[in-house]
Design a protein around this ligand. Structure first.
Ligand code: HEM
Length: 385
């Protein structure tokens, strides 16, 4: 569905419903429009460009680590959202959204919450009605629109060497109009930070519940970094850090469901044919726990993410970033960002669960921990309670 028969499907209704917010950006567009957007944005995600973003990612992670204090419980998910929003807006749009981060975070939570009803039949109509939920959605969307407009307005223009510069250049050349620029910025702000924040949140939850993995991570960070900040070169020298992010993405895939509407009869390898109009759903959560590809799947094992282990496995046993022409454009960005943030934060802090009972995933647009992840920050080295 994602590879061989990609031309026989389009995005499913749940994702299409996000168009009321994202418009026709890279995530939601189809066909020629999608191809044009993908070609234009691809250079910003080239390997060499990704390395340019590293110092900014580390600086922001350090600022986040510096802003924490032991004691009062806080929602780690929210803190991670603020961090990743800051990172993506600086890297791609040359902007500092730190001051607006919590307002944008709240607006995003509200807007994403509304997508559930939006994917129902007539969901779009519901949003036009004077219902409290619809009113809150419209207010949240207006908040996000304003944030995007201010990003564009504050930017230095087409001459600036970042992704927004590229978009504004396309606008000057008449290839994009204002709407296309807005849609792309909105898409990248939203697709580019919430998922990574969720991945980091689950990574810390895994550490809190797997002391052996946490110990291995701390030993690696203390040995390789010994208190200094991570650099681009360190990314290859931190296999446990990579493995913790990998296991978080495997067991709690932020994009836990990938849907497609079938446009023409689509044969599966077992002989089943998906008929036209069907909405087919791939579930990374299920595939990532399939023992045929992941021996002892419930075990948290960072060793699954070494280059050797990755080569040995089926290429698409992991689909946390999708696959094929619609695969995530930000995969490399997200890996670097999540690893650098984890390394920076875990060098200085542990996060101890502050709410009794299990932490349950909430299968909404992304897979956030239900009710947030309430933790207390503990300085590394402090004896455990
Ligand atoms: C851990 C973090 C992330 C996860 C798990 C993730 C997951 C995904 C998945 C599964 C898709 C494919 C959806 C489908 O096939 O329907 C996707 C697409 C996309 N992602 Fe990500 N993503 C992450 C981070 C990012 C970042 C950092 C950016 C940008 C800075 C980004 C931007 C996008 C865009 C623009 C698309 C649409 C690509 C296209 O259709 O050409 N994502 N992502």
């Amino acid at each position: 569905m994602l590879l061989t028969h990609a031309s026989k499907v389009e995005k499913g209704p749940a994702l299409r419903s996000t168009r009321v917010l994202l418009g026709d950006g890279l995530l939601t567009s189809e066909g020629a429009v999608h191809l044009e957007h993908r070609r234009r944005l691809q250079p910003a995600f080239h390997r060499s460009e990704l390395l340019r973003y590293v110092p900014g990612m580390v600086r922001q992670a350090q600022a986040c680590a510096g802003s924490l204090a032991p004691g009062e419980p806080f929602d780690l998910g929210r803190t991670m959202m603020q961090l990743t929003l800051g990172i993506v807006s600086e890297a791609l749009f040359g902007a500092d959204l730190t001051a607006d981060a919590s307002r944008i975070g709240d607006a995003l939570t509200e807007a994403l919450g509304a997508f559930r009803s939006l994917s129902l039949p007539f969901g779009g109509l519901l949003l036009a009605l004077p219902l409290p939920r619809a009113r809150r959605f419209r207010a949240a969307r207006a908040e996000l629109e304003a944030a995007v407009a201010s990003l564009v307005a504050r930017h230095g223009g087409a001459t600036r060497d970042d992704l927004l510069g590229t978009l504004l250049e396309a606008r000057e050349a008449g290839v994009y109009d204002d709407r296309a620029v807005r849609d792309e910025v909105m898409t990248l702000v939203i697709a580019g930070h919430e998922t990574t924040a969720v991945a980091l949140t689950w990574a810390f939850q895994l550490l809190a519940t797997h002391p052996d993995v946490e110990q291995a991570l701390h030993a690696e960070l203390d040995r390789v970094l010994a208190g200094r900040s991570p650099t681009a070169e360190d990314l290859e020298a931190l296999p446990v850090t990579r493995g913790v992010i990998g296991e978080s993405l495997r067991l709690f895939p932020p994009a836990w469901i990938i849907g497609r509407r079938v446009l023409e009869p689509l044969p599966l390898s077992d002989g089943t044919v998906l008929s036209t109009g069907i909405v087919a759903v791939l579930c990374p959560w299920v595939l990532h726990r399939d023992a045929r590809f992941w021996p002892d799947p419930e075990r948290v094992d960072p060793g699954r993410w070494t280059p050797e282990a990755r080569t040995a496995r089926h290429r698409h046993a992991f689909i946390g970033f999708g696959a094929g022409t619609r695969a995530c454009i930000g995969e490399g960005f997200a890996w670097n960002e999540a690893m650098l943030a984890l390394a920076t934060l875990a060098s200085r802090w542990r996060f101890v669960p502050a709410r009794p009972g299990p932490v349950v995933p909430e299968p909404s647009v992304t897979l956030r921990p239900r009710g947030g992840l309430l933790v207390r920050a503990e300085r590394r080295g402090t004896p455990r309670r």
